[in-house]
Design a protein around this ligand. Structure first.
Ligand code: ADP
Ligand code: MG
Length: 684
């Protein structure tokens, strides 16, 4: 890094704070905004609360006492010949008097707080120097980069300018930038930014210059797209070569099944599969009977019936004589699956085992409870079994022979890496990952780009509607009354608090809320669920809730995934603004599972406009995809998918909420290239 002009050890340290370690990092340091300094707004024309840049000379400056002398404020007055501008810093710093000396000329950026007199508080300022670099900092559109203490905008801009001068000719088209057209000069390439259709993007070197020193503001988006495309190409290359390599190595186990278990399963299931479920199963059967091991992501909104699809897929492998593993992210969910699958599969003569951190049924003979069941048990002819568990299932010692299929439920709780290690344990079994978090297309093609995607886009019929309301906390008494009414009518309720449960004080807070809820709902019985409870305790509460002995559970977001109690039709979520929209949607998917009309009440006292309007989206729509798109825009992929997964994606220019077209283009470029010549790519 010290090979760049002006970067000594001290500055290298400052740059490192911004994660700039190499010349490339420096060149890719994306400006956070731009200022058009070709002509300046006269101070006279400043408008209230409208950000603008002006250029003026200091005619007065000094420290003022603020509020009766308690605080020292620094103020200086700029003049550009049209009017005066007062700038104030509420904490005077010792260096200010020298720096903002009368006679110095500055560029001042900010939003006027008042116009009488014209005043900007805490503006961004930059001195105008009459030195050689004048043309970098004024008379053009200039970038304002993210900075750190001790590194000014001016210095950063100069560093980047110098680095560009010195290294621009060495910026190569990226190794995988094959076929990214064209290399035209800036004049030729400056067209409309890409909005679908074929883009005509600048070369990488041009794009890097344009992102810092654009001739027109429209160039910026154009350059960003080029650099984003490079990022997506690299990402797609990783994804697709991994997949390609996998396909070359891994042979599929024949798990297509022969329907003999499936038939009786479907007749005893009690409902008919939806068309969407049937379609997905057709895709899965084709995969499991195919040449390459299945790598499929199954997306379906909460309540769309993914479990039944998982069951049918499992039966295909079991029919073919292979074992199946089903993995859930929480013990509660693993227990629930264990109960369902035991009920479904034992009559078919298939053994179901459970293995979680706290419970293990392996080597235990399951008592078969009814006559039909024991008759079935005596006919056991399939030696293949279904193993259900949390990740404990896959930790040390677990090594299933003849593992034909791995199903991961609620995928977003597992990291990508975890997903990979899982599959390696078995000898490339088929893989089905299921998620209720609707994944916007952009993420589907990047984060999950190595998986084929199936979507269940239909909910089973005969469900009650979910009505959602956003309310302030002062409406709580009425809400409690409403919930009591529903419980009297035979229904059950979830009461959810947003605790991270990282600390003992979180648990204390939830326990205290629990007492309040018990009081509010007395004499109805209320249970408590949180992450620090022992699994047996949790399971007891869930059992009592399922059997309608407990009328309401107070829970942290623990219940988010998978819990299925159709009689529960009311959900109250406190401090709802603390959750992401997708997460709230997941939570409310716990209700509306039976025939009863269901109610989700979101309590939020945050009056901030955007917090409220964000929550209102849930009042308006029940469409998980729409909600996920909004969430992606507002909170980024990390919030949607969990930190672990988003960590893998460091995009400087690419925007997962906007760039679907670029992602598609990158995918296609890589696909064509890999097809042509995979062996040369050197990925091992
Ligand atoms: P999710 O996709 O959220 O995992 P589940 O698999 O838990 O959803 O299914 C939700 C509920 O819908 C369950 O009670 C399940 O038995 C029921 N269900 C699933 N498929 C159908 C169907 N085709 N018709 C009616 N009910 C169904
Ligand atoms: Mg589920």
């Amino acid at each position: 890094m010290t090979s760049v002009w002006g970067v000594g050890e001290e500055r290298a340290k400052l740059l490192a704070r911004l994660e700039i370690f190499t010349v490339e990092d420096l060149l890719l340091h994306k400006p956070r905004r731009y200022e058009d300094r070709r002509k300046f707004l006269p101070i006279r024309d400043l408008k209230l609360k409208e950000a603008a840049t002006v250029r003026g000379t200091i005619i007065a400056s000094g420290v003022k006492r603020w509020k009766g002398g308690a605080r020292a404020m620094f103020e200086c007055v700029f003049d550009d010949g049209s009017a005066h501008l007062h700038c104030r810093w509420w904490q005077a710093q010792p260096w200010m008097a020298d720096w903002f000396a009368v006679g110095r000329e500055f560029l001042v950026f900010g939003k006027p707080e008042s116009l009488r007199p014209r005043t900007i508080d805490h503006p961004e300022t930059e001195p105008v120097e009459a030195d050689d670099d004048e043309f970098i900092h004024v008379n053009r559109i200039v970038p304002i980069h993210p900075l750190t203490d001790g590194l000014t905008a001016r210095v950063m801009r100069t560093l980047i300018w110098r680095a560009l001068e010195k290294f621009e000719n060495e910026i190569a088209e990226p190794q995988f930038g094959f076929g990214v057209p064209p290399l035209g000069g800036p004049g030729e390439s400056r067209k409309e930014p890409h909005k679908g259709g074929t883009p005509n993007l600048p070369s990488r070197a041009n794009a890097i210059r344009m992102i810092h020193f654009p001739e027109e503001l429209a160039d910026v988006e154009f350059a960003r797209q080029r650099l984003a495309l490079d990022e997506f190409v690299e990402l797609q290359f990783q994804i697709q070569s991994r997949r390609k390599k996998f396909e070359a190595l891994a042979k599929a186990l024949p798990c297509g099944g022969d329907n003999r278990l499936m038939k009786s399963f479907l007749t005893q299931l009690g409902f008919k599969l939806t068309a969407a479920q049937t379609n997905v199963l057709r895709e899965i059967r084709a995969d499991m009977g195919g040449v390459h091991p299945m790598r499929r992501l199954l997306q379906g909104d909460v309540g769309s019936g993914k479990t039944a699809v998982a069951a049918c897929s499992a039966l295909m492998a079991l029919e073919s004589g292979f074992n199946v593993a089903l993995m859930a992210p929480t013990e509660i969910l693993a227990e629930q699956h264990f109960r369902n699958f035991t009920k479904w599969f034992e009559p078919l003569g298939v053994k179901v085992e459970l293995q979680t951190g706290s419970r293990k049924t392996s080597n235990i003979q399951h008592p078969t409870s009814n006559i039909e069941g024991s008759r079935a048990a005596s006919r056991i002819t399939h030696h293949a079994s279904l193993f259900i568990g949390t990740n404990a299932l896959f930790t040390a010692g677990f090594d299933l022979p003849k593992l034909g299929l791995v199903i991961i439920d609620e995928q977003h709780k597992f990291g990508v890496v975890q997903r990979e290690t899982l599959v390696r344990k078995g000898n490339y079994p088929h893989l089905l990952v299921m998620t209720a978090t609707p994944i916007p297309r952009t993420l589907g093609l990047t984060l999950y780009g190595d998986l084929d995607v199936s979507v269940i886009d239909e909910l089973p019929g005969g469900r009650g509607k979910i009505k959602t309301f956003v309310r302030a906390a002062d409406k709580l008494p009425k809400v409690w009354e409403f919930i009591r009414e529903k419980i009297s009518g035979g229904r059950q309720a979830y009461i959810v608090y947003p605790r991270v449960e990282a600390t003992a004080s979180d648990i204390k807070a939830v326990t205290k809320e629990f007492e309040n809820v018990q009081r509010a709902l007395a004499p109805f019985k209320v249970g408590l669920l949180h992450g620090r409870m022992k699994s047996a305790e949790k399971e007891n509460v869930m059992t009592a809730f399922r059997s309608n002995e407990i009328k309401a559970v107070v829970a942290t977001s623990l219940i988010e995934v998978g819990v299925d109690v159709p009689n529960a039709s009311v959900m109250l979520i406190e401090n709802a603004e603390r959750f992401g929209l997708a997460q709230l949607h997941q939570l409310r998917g716990r209700i509306g599972r039976g025939a009863h009309e269901s109610f989700c009440i979101l309590i939020s006292d945050v009056l901030k406009e955007d917090a409220q309007s964000r929550l209102k989206i849930l009042e308006e729509t029940n469409d998980g995809f729409k909600i996920a798109e909004v969430d992606l825009k507002l909170r980024g992929p990390g919030e949607l998918l969990g930190q672990e997964q988003s960590g893998a994606m460091k995009l400087r220019f690419g925007d997962l909420s906007e760039d679907l077209n670029l992602i598609r283009q990158a995918r296609e470029l890589v696909r064509q290239n890999l097809q042509l010549d995979f062996s040369r790519t050197g990925v091992s």
